[in-house]
Structures are given as structure tokens and as C-alpha cells.
Design a protein around this ligand. Structure first.
Ligand SMILES: [Zn+2]
Length: 78
């Protein structure tokens, strides 16, 4: 399986203030190990349903925020 990102920079976040999002930011579920983009085209959830992104409402729902990591994918310079 190909790594989604080879150069991850994990971000600090405060779930009460909202989750960072961006084209190069991904959410990593520590329970099932799924990695989902923070700005998906369609609503998406990880395999164990702990992280759910509702695109229509622009909402991120995480059951246990401490079981999720957020990282930014830093592309290496050429
Ligand atoms: Zn999961």
C-alpha cells in the first residue's frame, strides 16, 4: 500500500476551537488507522466511524478527539 504522505508534520489542535483544515491537511484515526482528507469532495468517515466529515454542513465530528491525529503533508522540494 502506498503511503498517502511521506513527510507528515503533526499539528497541535484544540477540538473546542475547531479542527484545522486545508488541502494538505489530513486526519488520522488512531483506532482504525484510516487517513482521511480534511477537505474531501464528499462526506467521508473512517472505517470505525469515529471521525466523520460532513461536507454539506462543513462539519467535522469526532467521537474521541484524543484518538485522532492531524497532520499536514509537507511536499519535499525538488
Ligand atoms: Zn477510525
Amino acid at each position: 500500500m502506498r503511503e498517502i504522505c511521506s513527510n507528515k508534520k503533526y499539528l497541535e489542535f484544540d477540538e473546542r476551537k475547531g479542527y484545522p483544515k486545508g488541502k494538505d491537511i489530513f486526519y488520522e484515526c488512531e483506532i482504525c488507522g484510516d487517513i482521511i482528507p480534511s477537505m474531501p469532495e464528499d462526506s467521508i468517515q473512517c472505517s470505525c466511524k469515529q471521525v466523520y466529515i460532513d461536507v454539506d454542513y462543513g462539519r467535522v465530528a469526532v467521537k474521541m478527539p484524543h484518538k485522532m491525529k492531524i497532520f499536514q503533508c509537507i511536499s519535499k522540494g525538488k
